[in-house]
Design a protein. Sequence first.
Length: 150
Amino acid sequence: MDREFMAKALVQARHALALDEVPIGAVVVVDGKIVGRGCNRSVSRSDPTAHAEILALRQAARRMGNYRLTSATLYCTLEPCSMCAGALIWARLARLVYAAKDPKAGAIDSHLRLAQAEFSNHRFEVVSGVMEEEAAMLLRQFFRARRRRA
């Protein structure tokens, strides 16, 4: 099941790539159904908060009629940053499944370990590495093309 929904997050990442955004995608799943989708849109929206995870959470919260997504799983193609990890905590997310680690800004496993922080009033399950190579390949492709243009 995790691979099926990660494949949907990768579709979102490809949408971001087509928009010349960093190719990160996310989907929120409740009871086996996608209730939120997002891809990075920070550049096109001139919005530093328009990360894939945030956009997917916003859509899911609207659809569910509640900002608390206590039975939700978020599938994301890259380890969330500190902003997105904080949003997952505030959403009371049940579970996070991500593909590739982010050694520079990842706040789940690479740095900070916010999903399990002792100071937080909410913790959630984390699964990493699902379809990691596919997600990492999209990121490498994007940054390689960007370096060629520069």
